[in-house]
Design a protein around this ligand. Structure first.
Ligand code: GRF
Length: 204
């Protein structure tokens, strides 16, 4: 299994998916190659983006399966068939069960729009505004069985301005995501990330 063979999982707009595809086109994804989009929402805009980019997609509705395990087993079968080595969650709005976590232990990453462990879960940007923090940001982390609880790989801060709305702050956070995620995915694909306990290190 090569880490360079990547599946991106997304449920919505897919702007991070698009940023990763763009990075690959521009040679900024290291040895990473996006082989597959997986989405639990066949009607989501991200599916259209994959089609336009010529990237194969696996679009499965969880409700068409007997349960989460069966749904994930179908995904794992396709990941194995395509020899996928790295799973990149980009706005995938589901918790991952052991059916997927175990075969891909240490090879699933996520991006979250806050400086974890602050504001885990849904609407992290709204949570940060509501709390009144002056600095928030973006976290890329390994995925474990919890909600945004896995070891942090990289973080970048974004200042909150007094006039910020959820939209204006989200826009600046997204721009940071589009830069940071390809950098981290490239490092992962190139085998430059090591994990010791909860401490992840990216080699130069
Ligand atoms: C991003 O803000 C990401 O941090 C979060 O979900 C959002 C996905 O946006 N996990 P998009 O679908 O990539 O546009």
């Amino acid at each position: 299994m090569a880490w360079s063979r990547i599946a991106v999982f997304a449920s919505g707009q897919g702007s991070n998916f698009a940023a990763l595809v763009q990075a690959q086109r521009e040679g900024r994804l290291g040895s990473g190659n996006i082989e597959l989009l997986v989405s639990d929402k066949p009607e989501a805009p991200v599916a259209q983006r994959a089609e336009e980019a010529g990237i194969p997609s696996l679009l499965l509705r969880p409700k068409d399966f007997a349960g989460r395990e069966q749904y994930e087993a179908a995904i794992v079968a396709e990941l194995k068939r395509r020899d996928i080595g790295l799973v990149v969650l980009a706005g995938y709005m589901r918790l991952i069960s052991p059916v997927l976590l175990e075969p891909y232990a240490g090879r699933i990453v996520n991006i979250h729009p806050s400086l974890l462990p602050a504001f885990a879960g849904k609407d992290a940007i709204g949570q940060a505004l509501e709390y009144g923090v002056k600095v928030t940001g973006v976290t890329v982390h390994f995925v474990d069985g919890g909600m945004d609880t896995g070891p942090v790989i990289a973080q970048r801060s974004v200042e909150v301005q007094s006039e910020d709305t959820a939209e204006s702050l989200a826009e600046r956070i997204h721009q940071v995501e589009y830069a940071l995620y390809p950098e981290v995915v490239a490092a992962l694909a190139d085998g430059k990330v090591t994990l010791n306990g909860r401490k992840a290190v990216i080699a130069d």
